[in-house]
Design a protein around this ligand. Structure first.
Ligand code: IPM
Ligand code: MG
Length: 364
């Protein structure tokens, strides 16, 4: 039986990077003997232009009847000033997608492939052996969604509200502990407990859960200190678990340590189970729609390809295929292939399609 994957290419470089990634998934399917039905749907600015909303109901339906969603990117200057701002692609598509599909756990692995040590923003001796940090970000709560939210009629005051319930903290903390258990068993919970009440509850709940995971070493860190430690000595981290907005910021910071935002994959997971027995999820590169380079065929497709590997692993339980795809990416980089964003003197500079072809080549 074929798996079902919803394909939401979106705006900017979205269609380019998603296009080559679906080709690669088809090739992986042939090699590992599985079949996926791809169903395309509109999201973002292109959906707004066609239907008046960046997240049409029909797109949500396509997602809901799938085992997983592969998303490119949304937004661009053309849609930056849409009124009301709640119809802008970022806020009007991404946030409701996460909420409607109950994707509360955002996994953002920041992996520095050893071949890319030279393009990290950190000194070579700090990242010589590569880096592998997993940021587990809470994705459907906190200040992004709390009510009240809005502005006084006379524009004199604006408000956003940060709310966390015990249950919301508990379920993401569990994802943090479980993820750490599969890795180096070191979990750092990040909060702002010296100032925020939601952070004090966060720290309390995470601490209460710790006895269930005696094999995981838990520490707590204030978010400002964590931002500093990430650039001072990133090797101290294995898994970081944190609330929505801190996770947004820290995952961009962690991403840059790995050389380029163009390398970072992500998985947004809920608790629903797929026909394959995996977890339903949405997979997307951490980078945005990059309107400045859209249509030029030079975008780095690796973050999307690595997101597809996460899709195979988490939603379809195809571990061998996922690992083979990740290995093909690593080998491609070791062999010297580079896109513009990770280019280095003496390496082979490729566009989107050729980079994807190189990965396919290394897939064997
Ligand atoms: C991200 C993005 C989004 C977020 C924006 C585009 C709404 O920055 O996925 O990290 O803040 O979550
Ligand atoms: Mg972000």
């Amino acid at each position: 039986m074929a798996y079902r994957v919803a394909v939401l290419a979106g705006d900017g470089i979205g269609p380019e990077i998603v296009g080559v990634t679906v080709d690669i998934l088809r090739a992986v399917g042939k090699r590992f003997n599985f079949e996926i039905d791809y169903e395309e749907a509109l999201v973002g600015g292109i959906a707004y232009d066609a239907t008046g909303t960046p997240l049409p109901e029909s797109t949500l339906e396509v997602c809901k009847r799938s085992d997983a969603v592969l998303l490119g990117a949304v937004g661009g200057p053309k849609w930056d000033n849409i009124q009301p701002p709640t119809l802008r692609p970022e806020v009007g598509a991404l946030l409701p997608l996460r909420k409607e599909l109950s994707l509360f756990a955002n996994l953002r692995p920041a992996i520095l492939f050893p071949a890319l040590a030279g393009v990290s923003s950190l000194r070579a001796d700090l990242v010589a052996d590569g880096l592998n940090i997993l940021v587990v970000r809470e994705l459907t709560g906190g200040i992004y969604f709390g009510q009240p939210k809005g502005r006084d009629a006379d524009n004199s005051r604006a408000v956003d509200t940060c709310i966390y319930t015990r249950d919301e903290i508990l379920r993401i903390a569990r994802v943090g502990f479980e993820s750490a258990r599969k890795r180096k068993k070191i979990l750092c919970s990040v909060d702002k407990a010296n100032v925020l009440e939601t952070s004090r509850l966060w720290r309390e709940v995470v601490t209460e859960l710790a006895p269930e995971y005696p094999d995981v070493a838990l520490t707590h860190m204030l978010v400002d200190n964590c931002a500093m430690q990430l650039v001072r000595d990133p090797r101290q981290f294995d898994v970081i678990v944190t609330e929505n907005m801190f996770g947004d910021i820290l995952s961009d910071e962690a991403a840059m340590l790995t050389g380029s935002l163009g390398m970072l994959a992500s998985a947004s997971l809920g608790s629903a189970t797929t026909t394959a027995g995996g977890t339903f999820g949405l997979y997307e590169p951490v980078h945005g729609s990059a309107p400045d380079i859209a249509g030029k065929g030079i975008a780095n497709p690796l973050a999307t390809i690595l997101s597809a590997a996460l899709l195979l692993r988490n939603s379809l339980l195809l571990e061998d295929a996922a690992a083979a795809l990740e290995l093909a990416v690593a080998t491609t980089l070791s062999a010297g292939s580079r896109t513009a964003d990770i280019s280095e003197p003496g390496k082979i500079s490729l566009g989107t399609a050729d980079m994807a072809a190189a990965v396919l080549n290394h897939l064997g």
